[in-house]
Design a binder for this molecule. Structure first.
Ligand code: ADP
Ligand code: MG
Length: 625
């Protein structure tokens, strides 16, 4: 609740609306206690007194009634009717919407067509017709306003419910044996309530306006009872001679409706969980860069990551996700980046093309050189020209990266046409060729398939085809086979390996699986808590891991036909990256750790490409000989 209020008041306009509305509501509630003239007390001797007249702050109307008293009583009535109408419309509309959306099928069809019919009538005409049937009066105006707004709620809520009714957690509830009523109340309703509140808060002002409209026409509150609409209606004849009699209720309506709408917008923004988590605040086009110093230029290698530091700055905390990572990639080479979940592999990969979301991501140090040119802090246009063109990504779950509503052929063609201005037919021809390259059978038919019509392995092939679309030099594959089963994984790995050899691709392959690294990678770098703790040629690292962490990671991999052995899980958990221990981050979980490991920085040492960040490394192959 406090978080909600904080969010709400961060929005200045909504805060202003809340304050105005609170003042008005308090005044309306206190009206019977205030020392006011009775609202219907007629005194024809005092007709049309101007504001600030003695005893009548806001003057009097055509019957000499005190305007201040009438406006307060009228506001009270209008607010009450508006709230009541909104509540009735919300409850009935939501009930219809939830039932129709959850039941689906014929129930949904029949109710919704009924609702559509109601919606087809112009609003105010429908309200007029209802009042005409029921007869004029405030109560009937309330019923009319509530009734014409029910379809609006029913439609809105039904739409949301349809989306929720097919979610996995609802299926899970059904599987656990819950009845429909319980599912509706405990699973569906809580997800719909924010939408109901939002719809209410944004329509409340409108309903107050409609009630006032009916009263203005003489169909709502009846004389002598004052509400805002009837006051306006009575003042209409004296608009020129005594404008204050119209201005006072008019200003009040304006104030109420405006503050309700401002507040309603604020409530909507603060209640939406997606807005709250900042997911809808669009990240910058490229990751924010705040480097204190730039490493000296060097021009070795195709891609060189040097001392890269990427942090997430959330509130006062800095999550040091990547903490001085150096890595290089030669043409045609496949380098594995391996580590537990959360060790910073993805953030390293995304930093290369400035794809880490900012806020909260910030690159605070290091360089990423492609052919010797630094990409960190490069202008957005340059990054965009390179993304997908020279450096392409493959992600873990192609179902979430492919657009669900476009055929895969269209998406492949789009990927090509972003960087190459070719015609439709040429793009299509290339799309088919790409599917051939990734060994998808029947490519000419397959390009017309939607992502959901393909299996996981096929989708990942499409993901690879998309990455290949512009003949990149480098592919960064972030756990591309993690979501696949082993046989499909083996096919995909083989495909990547073939493509790399035939096209001379350099691949940075991210995984948490040493088995995969062994199959595909020439070199491997092991990451822990945002740092590389060991790197070297794959065979050497697998044969004789030097870092205790690598050793234990390898020990976690089961071996087929390797006889019975205990699989050792690594005790403890990886450290939180916002509070890294001094010294070696693995020390708390390491059985060799000594005092020196916990106090000082441990550097990455070694010659050539075989390096390890440990004070007590295991003997490597050469040393053992
Ligand atoms: P992985 O090695 O599994 O790919 P990531 O690179 O995704 O790990 O994450 C590295 C670290 O960065 C993790 O500790 C994670 O909690 C943190 N992190 C990732 N994204 C965010 C974010 N948006 N805000 C704060 N921390 C984040
Ligand atoms: Mg990851």
């Amino acid at each position: 609740m406090r978080a909600f209020l904080k969010l709400l008041f961060r929005n200045r306009l909504a805060g202003m609306g809340a304050v105005f509305l609170a003042v008005i509501v308090v005044l309306a509630l206190l009206t019977p206690l205030l020392p006011l003239h009775p609202p219907n007390e007629i005194n024809t001797a005092n007709r049309y007194l101007r504001p600030l007249a003695e005893g009548h702050w806001l003057g009097t109307d055509h019957l000499g009634r005190d305007l201040l008293s009438r406006i307060l009583w009228g506001t009270r009535l209008s607010l009450a009717v508006g709230f009541a109408a909104a509540l009735i419309a919300a409850v009935i509309g939501a009930a219809i919407g939830i039932t129709a959306g959850y039941a689906g099928g014929r129930t949904d069809n029949v109710t919704m067509r009924g609702v559509d019919m109601l919606m087809a009538f112009p609003y105010i005409l429908l309200a007029l017709a209802i009042v005409a049937v029921l007869g004029p009066g405030l109560m009937n105006a309330l019923i009319a306003v509530a009734a014409v707004n029910i379809p609006f709620f029913a439609r809105n809520i039904r739409g949301v419910t349809v989306g929720i009714a097919h979610k996995e957690f609802v299926d899970a509830a059904r599987l656990s044996g819950m009845g429909h009523a319980r599912i509706l109340f405990s699973e569906v309703l809580p997800n719909v309530v924010p939408v109901i509140v939002i719809a209410m808060s944004t329509t409340l002002g409108w309903m107050i306006l409609e009630t006032a409209g009916l009263s203005f026409l003489g169909l709502g509150s009846q004389p002598p009872q004052a509400d805002l609409g009837s006051m306006l209606g009575e003042a209409r004849s004296a608009l020129i001679s005594a404008p204050h009699t119209s201005l006072v209720p008019g200003a009040m309506i304006l104030l109420i409706v405006m503050s309700i709408n401002l507040l309603g917008d604020g409530v909507r923004d603060a209640l939406d969980p997606r807005l709250r988590s900042g997911a809808l605040s669009r990240p910058a086009a490229a990751t924010l860069v705040e480097r204190k110093q730039v490493p000296a230029p060097s021009s070795e290698g195709l891609l060189r990551i040097e001392d890269l530091e990427t942090q997430f700055q959330v509130g006062r905390r800095d999550y040091r996700a990547v903490n001085g990572v150096s890595l290089s990639l030669e043409p045609g080479e496949c380098v594995g980046l391996i580590g537990e979940s959360g060790s910073g592999k993805s953030v390293t990969a995304l930093s290369v093309m400035g794809l880490v979301a900012s806020p909260p991501g910030v690159i605070t140090g290091g360089a990423v050189r492609l052919d010797g040119d630094d990409l960190i802090g490069a202008p957005y246009a340059r990054l965009r020209a390179l993304r997908g063109n020279r450096v392409a990504y493959i992600f873990q779950d192609p179902l979430s990266t492919l657009h669900p509503l476009y055929r895969i052929g269209e998406q492949l063609a789009e990927a090509i046409r972003v960087h190459h201005p070719v015609g439709r037919n040429e793009a299509k021809r290339r799309a088919v060729q790409l599917l051939v390259d990734v060994r998808i059978p029947n490519p000419a038919q397959r390009i017309r398939a939607y992502p959901h019509e393909l299996s996981g392995g096929m989708r990942q092939r499409v993901g690879i085809a998309m990455a290949l679309a512009n003949d990149p030099d480098i592919i960064i594959a972030d756990e591309p086979t993690t979501a696949l089963d082993v046989t499909v994984q083996a096919q995909i790995l083989k495909l990547l390996d073939d493509l790399r050899r035939s096209r001379g691709l350099a691949i940075l392959f991210i995984t948490h699986d040493f088995g995969v690294v062994a199959q595909l990678c020439d070199r491997v770098a092991v990451m822990y808590a945002g740092r590389i703790v060991e790197e070297g040629p794959t065979a050497e690292v697998l044969e004789a891991p030097a870092h205790p962490y690598t050793k234990r990671l390898i020990a976690c991999v089961p071996e087929l036909g390797g006889g019975r052995r205990r699989l050792e899980a690594i005790p403890g958990l990886p450290p939180a990256v916002d509070d890294l221990p001094p010294g070696c981050a693995f020390a708390p979980r390491c059985d060799k750790a000594a005092e020196a490991c916990r106090s000082g920085e441990v550097a990455l040492q070694g010659q050539d490409r075989r390096r390890v960040r440990c004070l007590f490394p295991e003997p490597t192959t050469e040393a053992a000989q």
